[in-house]
Design a binder for this molecule. Structure first.
Ligand SMILES: [Fe+2]
Ligand SMILES: [Fe+2]
Length: 466
C-alpha cells in the first residue's frame, strides 16, 4: 500500500521514484517539499432559507494555503483504504476476512480487502492483478473459466479497494468472487410541497459555439414567459437551479482556443452569465459549482468560481457558489428530511470512459448514468488515482461518504437521467454546439435540454429549448 502511494506521490510531485526516496517516504521520515497551495475542508456555515425554499450546504471545500508533504499522499491512500475496508467489512459476505501477510499460513477459502495496484490481461483472457493492503502485497489470478466472475473483469479499475474471496496456492491468491464497497438502497421521501429542481451547466459563455437564442428561451421559461401552461407551472414552482460547472469557455484552456472565442476575457464571460442570471426570479436558488473551463486550477476539489473574475455573479442575491464537488440539502422542513444532492462537474468521467472496458461497452459518453453507477459502487468520484488531479486532503473530498438522494454532473454535455439503488443520477446538457475537440473524442452533445425533477412526485422529465 505505502509503496504504491509513495511512487504515485513522487510522480505527482514531478520527482523520480528512486528506491531511496520511496524508502525515505515509506519509513515515515518527513520530507518537506516546496509549498503547494492546498485546500482544507471547511465546516460549512452556508444555509439559505426563504419563505418557500431552503438550501443547506453539507459539504464544501474552501481554499486555504497549506504545505503538502509527501507523507500526505501516503496517508491519503491509507485513509481511503481504511474507509473502504470499513464499508466492506460491514457486509456479511466478508466475514472472516484476513490480511495479505497472513495468507501464507492460510488453508482453504478466505477473504481479503485490498487495493488493486496493477491489472494485466493474459492472452488467455485470464487476468493477473497485484493486490495490496496495509500488511503487504500479493499476486492474484482472476480466471475466465468462472463465468459469473469473468463478467466482473471489465469493471476493474486500478487503485480501487475491493473485497476478494478466494484461496491461496503456490503463493498466488486465486479469486472466486469480487465485492465492491457499493451503496445501500436509498430510502427517499416525497416532499409535501410541489417543488422542482432543474439541472444545467456547461454554458461556455464566450465561446463562438455558445447558443444564445436557446439559452434565452430557458431564461424566459424560468421567468414564466415561455412554454405552455404545464411548463409555466413547473417554472413557477422551480426553486432550485443547479449549475454544474463550465459557466464560461475560459481563456487559454486549450491550444488555439483564442480563435474559437467571441469574448476573450474571463471577467466579461462571467458578466455575460451574470446578466442572464440576474433575469431569473429571486425566489429561485441558483447553486453554482465550477468546472474545468472556469478560471481556476483543475486540481480537485476546485474552490468556488473566483471572486475577482466572477464578481458580477457574487453580487446576485440568489446565487450560491460552492466548491466542486459539493453536497447540498434542499427544502428541509419539519415534516420532510430534505433532498440531498451531490454535485460534481465530472472531469474524471473522461478517464473512465477511456479506460474501463465495461463503461465503453455500456455506451461511453452516451451513458453517464452508467458512469455514475460505476462511481457510486466504488464510493469515490475518481477511484483511479490520476483520473483527475486530486490533492491529498483529509477527509478526501472525492470519497462518497454520505449517500445522497441524487448525484448530478456536467462536463460531457449529455442530458441523461438514471437510477441506481434508488439514487437518481442526472447528467446535464450544455449551451454550446459540437466543438471540433468533441468530434475528435467522440462526444455527441445534447445542447439546450433541461432535466427537471419533482421533489414532490419523484418524477423526472426533460425539457427542450432548441
Ligand atoms: Fe463543458
Ligand atoms: Fe468540463
Amino acid at each position: 500500500m505505502e509503496q504504491a502511494a509513495a511512487i504515485k506521490a513522487l510522480i505527482q510531485l514531478g520527482q523520480l521514484p528512486t528506491p531511496e526516496k520511496i524508502r525515505e517516504l515509506t519509513s515515515g521520515l518527513e520530507h518537506e517539499e516546496p509549498a503547494l497551495l492546498g485546500l482544507k475542508p471547511a465546516e460549512s456555515k452556508i444555509k439559505v432559507e426563504h419563505k418557500d425554499s431552503s438550501v443547506e450546504v453539507l459539504q464544501h471545500f474552501e481554499w486555504k494555503p497549506k504545505k503538502i508533504k509527501l507523507q500526505d499522499f501516503a496517508n491519503y491512500f491509507r485513509k481511503r483504504y481504511e474507509f473502504m475496508k470499513n464499508l466492506l467489512m460491514s457486509r456479511a459476505e466478508t466475514e472472516n476476512a484476513t490480511s495479505i501477510s497472513k495468507l501464507s499460513s492460510m488453508q482453504g477459502k478466505t477473504t481479503i480487502v485490498a487495493m488493486i495496484s496493477d491489472i494485466r490481461k493474459l492472452p488467455t483472457g485470464t487476468v493477473k492483478i497485484k493486490l495490496e493492503d496495509l500488511s503487504g502485497t500479493t499476486d492474484a489470478i482472476i480466471s475466465v473459466k468462472n463465468a459469473e466472475l469473468a463478467k466482473k473483469i471489465p469493471f476493474l479499475a486500478p487503485d480501487e479497494v475491493l473485497a476478494f474471496k478466494g484461496s491461496v496456492g503456490r503463493g498466488i491468491f486465486f479469486v472466486d468472487d469480487i465485492i465492491w464497497p457499493d451503496i445501500p438502497i436509498k430510502q427517499r421521501q416525497l416532499c409535501p410541497d410541489e417543488v422542482y429542481s432543474v439541472f444545467t451547466g456547461d454554458i461556455h459563455s464566450g465561446s463562438n459555439m455558445f447558443l444564445p437564442k436557446e439559452f434565452e428561451k430557458f431564461i424566459q421559461w424560468l421567468k414564466g414567459d415561455y412554454g405552455d401552461e404545464k411548463m409555466k407551472n413547473i417554472a413557477k414552482k422551480t426553486k432550485y437551479i443547479f449549475v454544474l460547472g463550465d459557466l464560461i469557455d475560459g481563456v487559454g484552456i486549450y491550444p488555439g482556443q483564442e480563435s474559437e472565442l467571441r469574448v476573450k476575457d474571463a471577467t466579461k464571460q462571467y458578466e455575460l452569465i451574470a446578466k442572464y442570471f440576474s433575469e431569473i426570479p429571486e425566489d429561485k436558488n441558483i447553486i453554482v459549482i465550477p468546472g474545468n473551463h472556469d478560471a481556476m486550477r483543475l486540481c480537485e476539489p476546485q474552490p468556488t468560481v473566483p471572486t475577482d473574475l466572477a464578481e458580477s455573479l457574487y453580487k446576485l442575491p440568489n446565487v450560491i457558489n460552492v466548491s466542486n464537488p459539493a453536497m447540498l440539502k434542499l427544502h428541509k422542513q419539519d415534516n420532510y428530511p430534505g433532498f440531498d444532492v451531490l454535485m460534481y462537474h465530472g472531469y474524471s468521467f473522461d478517464h473512465f470512459v477511456d479506460t474501463v472496458e465495461a463503461l465503453r461497452l455500456a455506451g461511453g459518453y452516451d451513458a453517464p448514468d452508467k458512469i455514475w453507477e460505476f462511481l457510486l459502487k466504488r464510493r469515490h468520484l475518481a477511484p483511479t488515482y490520476g483520473a483527475t488531479l486530486a490533492l491529498p486532503m483529509d477527509p478526501d473530498p472525492l470519497t462518497i461518504r454520505q449517500v445522497p438522494d441524487m448525484v448530478a454532473s456536467g462536463h460531457i454535455h449529455k442530458a441523461k437521467m438514471g437510477i441506481y439503488k434508488n439514487v437518481l443520477s442526472v447528467s446535464c446538457s450544455c449551451w454550446q454546439s459540437r466543438t471540433t475537440f468533441q468530434e475528435r473524442v467522440g462526444h455527441r452533445p445534447d445542447p439546450a435540454i433541461i432535466p427537471v425533477y419533482g421533489l414532490h412526485d419523484g418524477k423526472a422529465m426533460m425539457m427542450e429549448f432548441m
